[in-house]
Write a protein that binds this ligand. Sequence first.
Ligand code: 0A1
Ligand code: ZN
Length: 849
Amino acid sequence: MKDAAPQTVYLRDYNPFGWRIEDVSLTFKLAPEATRVTSRIRFAPNPDAPAQDFFLHGEDVTLLRASIDGAEVTPEITPQGLRCAVPDGAFTWEAEVEIAPASNTALEGLYMSGGMYCTQCEAEGFRKITYYPDRPDVMATFTVRIESDMPVLLSNGNPAGSGDGWAEWHDPWPKPAYLFALVAGDLRNHPDRFTTRSGRDVELNIWVRPGDEGKCAWGMEALKKSMTWDEDVYGREYDLDVFNIVAVDDFNMGAMENKGLNIFNSAAVLASPETATDANFERIESIIAHEYFHNWTGNRITCRDWFQLCLKEGLTVFRDQQFTSDLRSAAVKRIEDVAQLRARQFPEDQGPLSHPVRPESFQEINNFYTATVYEKGAEVIGMLKRLVGDEAYAKALDLYFDRHDGDAATIEDWLQVFEDATGRDLSQFKRWYSQAGTPRLSIHEDWQDGTYTLTFTQVTKPTPGQPDKAPQVIPIAVGLLSPNGDEVVPTRMLEMTEGRQSFAFEGLSARPVPSILRGFSAPVVLDREVPAEERAFLLAHDTDPFNRWESSRSLAREALLAMIRDGAAPDLAWIDALGRVLRDDTLDPAFRALMLGLPSQSELAQVLHEKGATPDPDAIYVATEAMADALAQRFEPMLDALAEQARVDAPYAPDAEQSGKRALGGAALALRSRLDGGEAAQAQFEAADNMTLQLSALTCLIRAGAADLALGVFHDQWQDDRLVMDKWFGLQVAAAGPAEAAAVAERLTRHPAFDWKNPNRFRAVLGALAMNHAGFHRKDGAGYRLLADWLIKLDPLNPQTTARMCSAFQTWWRYDSDRQALMKAELERIAARDGLSRDTAEMIGRILS
Ligand code: 0A1
Ligand code: ZN
């Protein structure tokens, strides 16, 4: 059991571990209820560390025996580990423990999923496997022996021998315990090979449960593309003889970068055209890349402590984003990433869970695998690259890999490399790592005698524990257009460092129209009242695709706000401008599909709150529906032609081109279904030969209230496919109207296939409810109550997933006092549970603070 009394860990308290480890040797005798783990570890004193007790982490493990240099010892056991007297010099520690993987429902450490053994050790799961200094700055080579009658036995590194009922693995690269992995099961593989550019022949495998073999090809292609890309773009090669990926059904997150043995949530790797959508394919491609890229950014260079998590995560997300934009469309990828950032990171940064990209304290590190650490962490790297330029970025990265290969590094190390490579002083830039909150930029314009001056003011509101904010370095990409639509000043990177700062553009013949924050050059909010005509002008003429999209988005948002607040009619001027974009066949269909998307209801709630209004989820829903109806009516004549885009003649491929066409077709079908009651959607549903078309049709049918039949057909067709059934569950809740969503979710939790212990299935229903804005925020509190009931039920089994899902309540402060009271009551009901996990207790404490 974890200790009940929560302890806070501080970055400032860092101290190195008192010993170094030369080598670790582990033997696993696998059995579901009583696995024996023997460890043999060679410790030597660490001359750089202060004097300390010899303490090894260990949780939920039963120590059977321990010895030092062959002599039995009796350590003092605490709930967090053991303490033992040790010799002054080097010594060999040996221990045997027993653990019960079959009873491990938290999915941390060694556990069982669908009859196979697997592990998840990041962040602090290795301590549930054996006693060990479970911290990322203790790195060692590992030799692992697995004894089991399972046919496939895997661990990190290279195979070192196998026989009947056993296998041995050796990982020559020193690594922290969080990168340890073991898998044993009745698995089938999808094999391939890759030759690195220096000639290493690498065996590649994707291991899956019998029956899933046909869903591996895409993941394998993505892996090979990732390996090539990392060689071409970052000069990084793979460094073992084998790279294994295993798909498991029960997994708290997307995937894990264990050295040479990546473990994936099956939803993040398995795909076939019939069972996965284009969006699933794209996500799989990027997650495979992400985990593969960690081999250099995370594994070869790891983190000194968990406060440095963004060192590996921000950089690796940035790298996977670059990969996707190189492979697909850079413009579309940037828009998607910014939309995600605004949907997931901005609410975090603007509410009670706000924390710096590098947090300074935590109770449970699992609670800091956040959008701020990952996505804002990636934005910070993007800004750094924009500020120093591409060439200097490449030089700095080479230096980083040279200087820190084999290290457990810090953000200070990372920034030092950039300072050394460029001669820049990055001390102010470093605030992006320490200061929480989203900076807001307000803008003043001045035009005089051919000189156009932009004056920016930056303000960051107080966040928990940080009342006062200092100015940040903000790269602001600006281009200027002349009134006839020509670009008179191409993109210029302004570097704002002061609280208030002006930038002048001289020698202009007419007052220009500015395009500000092109490509979303910094993760900030622009507070600027822009006249609708100017936005429409940019929508038509901007050369920056991101800002073209942004102009349309802003017009849509303003129009929706006017509908919500003043009962205004939909803005026809914007709709017509959008219509011109949709008809423009020279534009990428994927881009046009994005242009058709409306701001999310949650985003509208946030903006209303910022403008001093109390958001009413029902009114937001009604306005959004009315706007979609207006789009459908106005675009009616072209909808069939647009929907036609989805019918691609070529054989199905989830590439950017085909996916873009299907995305545009899907958006058109959604509008068409508002007019024909779902007739066209029904036809598409019946004819569909891939999941993208089938699912987009089913979504339209649910929204049109015409899905009774189709839902049954879909269920019968896919009841044996776990991943497709997750879609069946999730979609019904996601597409339900506000009055029904909670009831639909509740009914689905009683479905025999609702396996609530499986995180994917749990999230499919309850995560979808939390995302259904008006449904979750139902005035009578039914949505809040249902989610809280299930979080209470899940917490004793799986604290990590429970805690993550508590963030559904993080925006409680935006809403009216009745809803606030209802949400707080649910949070307090959860908090009052006896034996609540440290994970969930910390989250609720922070949300309520
Ligand atoms: N490092 C992985 C994500 C991950 C993090 C924590 C986990 O369990 C607590 C599992 C996976 C990644 O970035 O992909
Ligand atoms: Zn990662």
